[in-house]
Design a protein around this ligand. Structure first.
Ligand SMILES: *Cc1c(COP(=O)(O)O)cnc(C)c1O
Length: 378
C-alpha cells in the first residue's frame, strides 16, 4: 500500500505464527483451547469479571441487546438511547431486536452528552448504548450516574476502547455489558473477533450457550474428555453461530501483549498532531479528551470546513484519512430522527480521522499537518 494510510495493522508476525502453529500441531483451531486462554488473559488485563470470545463485536452487540431484552422483559418498541455518530452495528443491534433507537447528541468529545441523554429519557427508556468513540471515554462516568438514577441498563460499545484507561484503570465494571472488537483495523487487530463481558455471571453463562446455537457444552472439553456419554449435549436455545475460534484467539493473545505499547505510540502520535495543528488556530478543531482519560486513540479526529475538499487535497498528497462517522440518521432506517442531533450533523459533515497506525512517523505527521495548514490558510 503506497502513501500514508488511515489504518495499517502491525502484527508481531513470528509470535503470532508460533501461537497459530500450536493450534495446527495439536489439531485444534475451534472453540476452546486458545479461546479460553484469551478470555482469561482478557479478564486479567481488564479486571472485568467475565469475558466470552466471539467471532465479531457485531454478534456481541446483537446478543447483548437480545439477552438483556429477554432477561428484563423489555417490550418491542421500548427505547434505547444511542448516538448517531458510530458504526451502524451499535444501532442495528437495537433496531433488529425490535426496540427503538432514540438518538441523543454528542459534543466535541465525539461521545454522548449527559444533557442530551437526560432530555431523551421517557417511561419507555430501558438502556443507554454508549460508544467510546475513537477510544475516548467522553462523559462516561456522568452517563453511568444517569443510568443509576433512572434504573437504565448501560451497554458499552467498546469497539475502539481496547486499552483505554481512566486514572490508570480500565473502565467497564459500571456497565451491564461491555463489547470489544478485534476486527482487522481495530487497535487490537486479529482478523475478525470480539469479546463480550457481562457484569452478571448468569448472563455470561447464557451468552456462552447462545453464541453456539444454544448448545450447553464445549466441544473441546468433549474431545479431550473421552468418558461415557461425553458426546451428549443439550440444546437450550435457538442460538447464533457467534463464538470465536482458536486461530483468532492465538493472534489476539500475542497482540494483547503489545496493546499498551501500541496505544502509548498512538498517544504520542496524537500529541504530535495536536502540536502541529495548533498552528491552524481555530480553523481546525481536534477531538477533546477529558481530564483523567487515557484514550487508546484508535482514532484521532479533527473537524474542519470544506471537509470533502480537504480530503481530496490530502489524497492528492498521497495521504488517505477516513471519516468516523457519517451520522447514522442519514440512513433510511434511522431517518425518523432527522434534525434531532445538530452537533452530530455538524460532525458528520466536518470530521476527518487522520492516519493513526504504528507505521506513521513524526515526519509523516508534520507532512500531513502541513497539507492541512496550507489548505485551511489558502
Ligand atoms: C468496528 C465496530 C463495531 C463492529 O465490530 P466488528 O468486530 O467488526 O463486528 C462496532 N462498533 C463500533 C463503534 C465499531 O467501530
Amino acid at each position: 500500500m503506497a502513501g500514508i494510510q488511515l489504518f495499517k495493522a502491525k502484527y508481531e508476525v513470528e509470535e503470532c505464527l508460533a501461537q497459530i502453529r500450536e493450534c495446527l500441531d495439536v489439531g485444534w483451531t475451534g472453540l476452546g483451547f486458545k479461546t479460553v486462554e484469551f478470555e482469561n488473559a482478557w479478564k486479567a488485563y481488564t479486571g472485568l469479571p467475565f469475558a466470552h470470545f466471539l467471532n465479531s463485536s457485531t454478534i456481541g452487540l446483537y446478543m447483548a441487546v437480545d439477552i438483556l431484552k429477554e432477561e428484563y422483559g423489555w417490550a418491542d418498541g421500548d427505547e434505547i438511547i444511542t448516538t448517531p455518530i458510530t458504526f451502524v452495528t451499535s444501532n442495528h443491534a437495537i433496531l433488529r431486536s425490535g426496540m427503538k433507537a432514540v438518538f441523543a447528541d454528542i459534543d466535541d468529545t465525539m461521545c454522548l452528552t449527559p444533557e442530551s441523554v437526560r432530555e431523551r429519557i421517557t417511561d419507555k427508556t430501558r438502556a443507554v448504548m454508549y460508544v467510546g468513540l475513537g477510544g475516548n471515554m467522553g462523559h462516561y462516568y456522568e452517563i453511568v450516574k444517569i443510568c443509576e438514577e433512572h434504573g437504565l441498563k448501560l451497554i458499552l460499545d467498546a469497539a475502539h476502547m481496547a486499552g483505554t484507561r481512566y486514572k490508570g484503570k480500565i473502565p467497564g465494571r459500571e456497565a451491564e455489558v461491555v463489547v470489544y472488537s478485534f476486527q482487522a483495523v481495530k487497535n487490537l487487530p486479529t482478523a475478525d473477533s470480539g469479546m463480550i463481558c457481562f457484569r452478571d455471571g448468569r448472563l455470561d453463562e447464557i451468552v456462552r450457550k447462545k453464541s453456539w446455537l444454544g448448545i450447553n457444552k464445549d466441544t473441546y472439553a468433549r474431545t479431550q474428555n473421552m468418558g461415557n456419554y461425553k458426546w451428549r449435549y443439550d440444546v437450550e436455545y435457538v442460538g447464533e453461530k457467534g463464538h470465536g475460534n482458536s486461530v483468532m484467539a492465538a493472534i489476539g493473545l500475542v497482540q494483547l501483549k503489545y496493546l499498551d505499547r501500541d496505544n502509548a505510540y498512538r498517544r504520542q502520535l496524537a500529541a504530535w498532531y495536536r502540536e502541529a495543528l495548533g498552528e491552524c488556530g481555530d480553523k481546525v478543531q481536534t477531538v477533546r479528551i477529558e481530564e483523567g482519560c487515557e484514550s487508546s486513540y484508535h482514532l484521532f479526529q479533527i473537524c474542519a470546513d470544506n471537509r470533502d475538499e480537504l480530503m481530496m487535497a490530502l489524497n492528492a498528497a498521497d495521504i488517505y484519512p477516513g471519516v468516523h462517522y457519517a451520522s447514522n440518521i442519514n440512513y433510511k432506517m434511522y431517518s425518523y430522527a432527522k434534525g434531532t442531533c445538530p452537533y452530530s450533523d455538524y460532525v458528520s459533515e466536518h470530521t476527518i480521522s487522520l492516519p493513526m497506525n504504528m507505521y506513521v512517523t513524526y515526519e509523516d505527521v508534520r507532512r500531513i499537518c502541513g497539507v492541512i495548514r496550507d489548505f485551511v490558510n489558502k
